[in-house]
Design a protein around this ligand. Structure first.
Ligand code: MD6
Ligand code: FE
Length: 222
């Protein structure tokens, strides 16, 4: 016999889980829930080889978010124009950045395809570590060579409020709560929209602990 409570909370249909943010930009709620443990393990292996660092901002400040990376193209935060700069190695360990684990690459290809970017192949993967209180100011991601390629963004752990704005810093932003397993993919005409993250509230996530991890897959193309 099938237990009745199976029918009390029907799974939301796929369409309800896809939230269009703007042309070329979509939030796929829960897209990474299946396989989250494997993704987390791959991220942990990168973190173990290349511990996240609080990079300097162009204005001389220190980011509250700690960042590390993997994949062949060594771009990290803190470039001269508010963008990023090239670093061949991890500044503390002196070792080259880790290779991108296969399951992260597979995930990025799958998410991009699902969002309508079947050609996307990332060459760089930034991992942002948010302790409670960490935030990311409004910025554009514009240092990639090929701005036709989208960015795939995976959120794990504590929730956060994501700001998705316009093409001027002063434009009004929409707010979206990103939770564990949510994936945002954006490219096309939305590629240069300003965006940011409000300070992460304290809490503990059952799988990830007292932190939020955001992983962005990019095609830098240098
Ligand atoms: C974050 N994300 O969610 C920060 N950038 O923690 C980003 O800055 C971002 O999610 C480009 C594309 C997607 C993103
Ligand atoms: Fe960004």
């Amino acid at each position: 016999m099938i237990p009745l409570d199976l029918f009390e909370d029907p799974p939301p249909d796929a369409e309800a889980l896809r939230v269009p943010l703007a042309p070329g930009a979509v939030l796929m709620r829960g897209f990474a829930l299946e396989g989250d443990a494997e993704l987390l393990q791959a991220i942990e292996s990168v973190i173990a080889q290349a511990p996240p660092l609080h990079w300097q901002t162009p204005g001389g400040g220190t980011m509250s978010v700690a960042t590390t990376r993997c994949g062949p193209v060594g771009w990290v935060p803190g470039g001269p124009d508010g963008g990023h700069h090239y670093a061949a190695q991890h500044p503390r360990t002196g070792r080259p950045w880790p290779a991108m684990p296969g399951c992260l690459m597979d995930f990025a290809l799958c998410a991009a395809s699902e969002a309508g970017y079947p050609q996307f192949v990332p060459d760089s993967c930034l991992i942002n570590h948010y302790a409670p209180g960490a935030k990311l100011g409004l910025h554009q991601d514009k240092y990639e060579t090929d701005l036709r390629a989208p960015i795939v963004s995976l959120s794990l752990g504590l929730p956060a409020v994501f700001l998705f704005g316009g093409f001027q810093r002063s434009d009004r932003s929409d707010r979206y709560r990103l939770v564990h397993g949510d994936v945002v993919v954006w490219g096309g005409t939305s590629r240069l929209r300003f965006h940011g993250v409000l300070p992460v509230e304290d809490g503990t996530h059952a799988l990830v602990g007292r932190r939020r991890l955001n992983v962005t897959f990019r095609k830098i193309g240098r």
